[in-house]
Design a protein around this ligand. Structure first.
Ligand code: SAM
Length: 313
């Protein structure tokens, strides 16, 4: 369906948990709150979202691989008629052990968050020595035959911006798209504009990268580049410097059962009271989608934002 600004909202990000096994510097992880939705509740809710026009679903968190019932959730969602793609966003720490089962459960694509290829920098950013596990996880995801394996990296000036070259080389040497996401104000670091490395500045460091035409214009928020001999692409997602809210197609289902129309504002509507009445559930979802704001106001109005773990990155 279209929201109040005529945008087609067809992409649902489902946060399965607020728990996380990392404590990333910029994520501003808060302590988990509220009950997590059960697989049955998630299926009921996603079915209703699909009836409003959602066709793409992403499972995220917190860290979704901490859910022991993740494969069951994935299989239930994948089996819903109308779900065209099911993707997963993970920090990759436990991915090596679960990649095969998740592929078999119907997950089509995986995004792995990886902000450093240097062990010491990775440990400082995330609070854990888990880089080797994450790299094994990416390898396992490639072996499991996901349609797409991507790496998302967030750079913070003075923390891990030295990692950009290694991350671009990772895209050169592996059939993996590496995308740089600009730091957003979901933590004190993100509110300090001096720490944000904008796409234009980063691109200057890689004059040999050439832009690729968008596959489906408007489909992706990332702008992709390549260079001779590269196996993967390099992408830039620039919510701060090149606001793409006018093309926003997403809505979020929080792990506690609220629907959140926009990443940048706290507004959320509890859907749990309608779980036993699909018509009223669809009405509540449609009301939330119609209420989507025009876009964020990063830089001037941070709103009452929460840590990404609570929102579902
Ligand atoms: N735990 C999973 C993971 O690490 O991919 C999924 C949830 S996590 C909140 C999703 C992703 O959101 C992060 O890994 C990071 O790429 C992105 N993210 C978190 N905080 C961010 C911020 N302040 N600015 C930009 N991206 C952020």
């Amino acid at each position: 369906m279209r929201d109040g600004f005529g945008r087609e909202v067809d992409y649902l990000r489902v946060s399965l948990t607020q728990r996380c096994d990392l404590n990333c510097l910029y994520c501003g992880a808060g302590c988990p709150e509220g009950e997590e939705l059960t697989p049955e509740q998630i299926e009921i809710l996603v079915r209703a979202f699909v009836k409003t026009g959602v066709s793409k679903v992403r499972l995220t968190g917190g860290e979704p691989l901490l859910r022991k019932d993740l494969a069951e959730i994935a299989a239930r969602v994948r089996a819903i008629p109308g779900v065209k793609t099911l993707a997963l966003t993970t920090n990759g720490v436990c991915l090596a052990e679960k990649a095969q089962a998740l592929r078999q459960a119907g997950v089509d694509a995986v995004n792995v968050s990886l902000d450093s290829l240097d062990e010491e920098v990775y440990r400082r950013l995330t609070g854990r020595n888990a880089l080797a596990s994450v790299l094994r996880g990416i390898g396992a995801a490639l072996d499991a035959g996901f349609q797409r394996v991507r790496v998302n990296a967030v750079l913070i000036r003075g923390e891990n911006d030295t990692q950009a070259e290694k991350l671009v080389d990772f895209a050169r040497d592996n059939p993996v798209d590496v995308r740089f996401i600009e730091l957003m104000p979901f933590s004190e670091q993100g509110k300090n504009d001096a720490l944000v490395i904008k796409a234009a500045e980063l691109l200057e460091r890689f004059p040999y990268l050439t832009p690729l035409p968008p596959k489906n214009p408007g489909e992706s928020v990332a702008k992709y580049y390549t260079a001779p001999g590269f196996k993967g692409r390099v992408g830039f997602i620039s919510p701060v410097s090149e606001k793409f809210c006018a093309r926003c197609s997403r809505v979020r289902l929080l792990s506690t059962g609220e629907v959140r129309p926009c990443l940048a504002y706290d507004t959320a509507y509890d859907l749990k009271p309608f779980l036993n009445d699909e018509n009223r559930l669809i009405e509540a979802i449609e009301k939330a989608i119609r209420s989507k704001p025009a876009g964020h106001a990063f830089g001037c109005d941070y709103g009452n934002i929460h840590a990404m773990n609570k929102i579902g990155g």
